[in-house]
Ligand binder design. Structure first.
Ligand code: AHN
Ligand code: ZN
Length: 329
């Protein structure tokens, strides 16, 4: 840990504490240039373990002990793999007035590279199972094994892979906090940008001033069995070329049965704010399923979103696709 910089901002309801925690960058060989690289193979057992570890802390709801402990573990784990770790700690105001202590966790790989790709997922889990079939659960927090932990698990495994096998581009992995503190479905309070609070904060206050990337990929609900990914609406609006590239890559390496050439819905998620506030063309790989009323996987926002829904094959399909895309750069 060579450097530690703390900056304190104070906005309306927002304080910030931003720390650069550690730097393991070493001397490097000259830029490899444009040689085609073979991606490493994604280890689905390792990704599954990363999902299981997160869920083991309990629901990762801001302002709880489980959230704090999981946040520490995620930061430590990312620090083992990344060249530089940034922690962005702040307070945001939820739709119901609760002040949430949140932490965005950012791992930077090959910071010297100018061409960069952003990969992201949310690490918090929802405070309420408001779609649970049993009304007694409607105000209980969820494990969020798929909704939250799966995207982070896939990205931690990608982080582990690229710590030793380096692509031609720099990679920034951001774990956003407080994505899932959005308005309870039975609340009378209006929903004004109540989702993706960590992403909204980061988009206005990136870890590096004027941070930019060629494009971004958000992973959300990428671990359930029989997952299908449709072309999400805001991804098509802001980054249609990236959707095409990622879907073509998935088809090329054998996952065409999951990455469907069909249009899905418009989903307000972390990528919406990365696109609209930060102007980085960012897509969302998100499991959409027309067979449910809400359009997501059946256990979405229920107590059933636990380790039982996680399928290593889905983690592997998404992990290998994203690895292939970044190694094709
Ligand atoms: C809305 O339902 C508005 N957005 C869904 C975003 C989300 C929730 N992703 C995971 N959980
Ligand atoms: Zn959710």
């Amino acid at each position: 840990m060579q450097r530690f910089i703390i900056a304190i901002f104070s906005l309306f309801f927002v304080f910030a504490c931003q720390g650069r925690v550690g730097n393991n960058s070493q001397e490097r060989a000259p830029e490899p240039g444009n040689n085609r690289l073979e991606p490493p193979s994604f280890d689905a057992d390792s990704a599954y373990y990363f999902v299981e570890r997160q869920v083991g802390f309990g629901p990762r709801v801001p302002n709880t002990e489980s959230h704090r402990e999981a946040g520490k573990w995620l930061a430590n784990t990312m620090q083992r793999f990344a060249d530089t770790l940034y922690l962005q700690e702040t307070r945001v105001r939820a739709y119901d007035g609760t002040i949430l202590n949140i932490k965005n966790i950012i791992g930077v790989f090959q910071p010297e590279k100018r061409r960069r790709i952003l990969l992201c997922a949310h690490w918090d889990s929802r405070p309420y199972a408001d779609y649970d079939p049993d009304p007694a659960n409607h105000y209980r927090p969820i494990d969020g094994a798929n909704d939250g932990a799966s995207g982070v698990g896939v990205l931690l495994e990608i982080a582990r892979q690229i710590s030793t096998e380096k692509p031609n581009v720099g990679i920034d992995i951001v774990f956003f906090d407080a994505e899932d503190y959005g308005r309870h479905r039975f609340s009378s309070i209006p929903d004004n940008d109540s989702w993706a609070l960590g992403a909204q904060y980061w988009a206005r206050n990136p870890h590096i001033i004027n941070y930019d990337a060629r494009f971004g990929i958000l992973l959300d609900m990428v671990g359930a069995s029989d997952a299908t990914f449709k072309r999400e609406g805001y991804s098509m609006m802001f980054a249609p070329g990236i959707v095409r590239r990622v879907w073509e890559t998935a088809h090329r390496i054998g996952y065409g049965h999951m990455f469907l050439n069909r249009d899905g819905g418009l989903i307000i998620d972390d990528h919406y704010y990365v696109n609209t506030i930060r102007n980085i063309p960012t897509i969302n790989i998100i499991h959409q399923d027309n067979r449910t009323s809400h359009g997501f996987f059946p256990e979405w926002h229920t107590m059933g979103d636990n380790m039982d829904v996680i399928d290593k094959y889905t983690l592997k399909a998404v992990g290998n696709t994203v690895l292939q895309v970044i190694f094709d750069e």
